[in-house]
Write a protein that binds this ligand. Structure first.
Ligand code: DP6
Length: 330
């Protein structure tokens, strides 16, 4: 984390520091329509390619941070074991921001989205934490810098600072100062994301490890940057003209292609469970019966559905257990 610290220091040394008792913030989770899959820098979480996501609205993380005598992390009401891998990751991240005073922090986070099951809780968690830190210390940093900070916690967190569509620019600079996300202006308010929980338990392999293993060992990874280049353009055009079928088909294909790269890794990575496969077949059957419904998946067994508000009743009938996210409403 040495290089991360240097980068953070360059932003913090010139920014205003105030004194507040605590800071609180909410950040929505996000689901990528064009995935971030592979890093060019593992410390700074710099991606190989751009990615594009949609916010999950009221599904995300609430975070409150306050100064304390020693660090304490409480997740969903449970105090985390000091030596747990997640506490270690959080401590390393907070080490970047303790300032000259060497502050200690009490962090309380509540997720409204399943933790570590491919519903992007680390994305919303790190984004909410960065927003809460800004409030606690009274920093006056712009969203671009906050996106850069969130990215150091988890790459996809760089995209969790906004509602709606978000584009994360991969950038090319070694310090990552050009690798940040920003919102894509759009008033496509009828778009909806359905969350199908296949398994809310902890996943078999963290997405970070699956991603790294795929880059190192999958022969199919070589085709990924080209896939992204093509899909980004398609998605941007679909968003501009609000063409739902083009957007849905592209997002679905992008997710399938990402999972294909994982299957070709050594050893292979397969997050799909039999209920995942059944859900995918249900989506495809419903679509061939005329329902405008598409799906996407992250590195986990759960499935996210893409549809428009006018089809919500029909989709709910097919998937009664689905939760519905409105990407523009927190
Ligand atoms: C499949 O952002 O969790 O969800 O940067 O190592 O923390 P780290 O990875 P992370 O990976 C997300 C991968 C993905 C695709 C995406 O969200 O774009």
């Amino acid at each position: 984390m040495k290089f991360c610290k240097q980068v953070v220091d360059t932003y913090l040394k010139s920014c205003h520091w105030g004194e507040n008792e605590s800071g609180s913030a909410y950040a929505p989770a996000n689901i990528a329509l064009c995935k971030y899959w592979g890093k060019r820098d593992h410390e700074l979480n710099l991606p190989m390619t751009d990615s594009l996501s949609i916010s999950l609205g009221s599904y995300g993380s609430h975070c409150t941070i306050s100064l304390s005598n020693q660090d304490a992390y409480v997740l969903n009401g449970n105090t985390m074991e000091k030596d747990s891998p997640f506490a270690q990751r959080l401590r390393d991240f907070l080490d970047l921001f303790r300032g000259a005073a060497g502050y200690h922090y009490r962090v309380e986070a509540t997720n409204t989205v399943a933790t570590s099951a491919g519903f992007a809780s680390s994305a919303s968690g790190f984004a909410a934490l960065v927003l809460a830190l800004q409030q606690l210390h009274g920093w006056d940093l712009n969203p671009r810098v906050l996106s850069i900070f969130a990215r150091m916690g988890s790459g996809s967190a760089s995209r969790s600072l906004w509602n709606g569509f978000v584009h994360w620019h991969a950038g090319t600079l070694p310090d990552g100062s050009d690798s940040f996300a920003e919102p894509i202006p759009s008033d496509w308010k009828t778009l909806r994301v359905g969350l199908l929980t296949i398994d809310a338990g902890r996943k078999v392999l963290p997405s970070r490890e699956a991603m790294n293993r795929t880059v190192i060992s999958s022969a199919l990874y070589a085709s990924w940057p080209q896939q992204v280049q093509h899909d980004l353009i398609t998605l941007q055009q679909a968003i501009a003209v609000k063409d739902f079928d083009i957007l849905g088909a592209c997002a679905e294909q992008n997710a399938m292609a990402m999972h294909a790269t994982m299957l070709a890794a050594r050893p292979p990575v397969l997050y799909w469970q039999s209920a995942t496969v059944a859900a995918l077949h249900s989506v495809w059957r419903a679509r061939s019966d005329g329902l405008r419904l598409y799906c996407t998946m992250d590195a986990g067994p759960n499935v996210k559905l893409l549809f428009t508000a006018d089809c919500q009743d029909a989709v709910c009938e097919q998937f009664p257990e689905m939760q519905v996210a409105n990407p523009w409403v927190q």
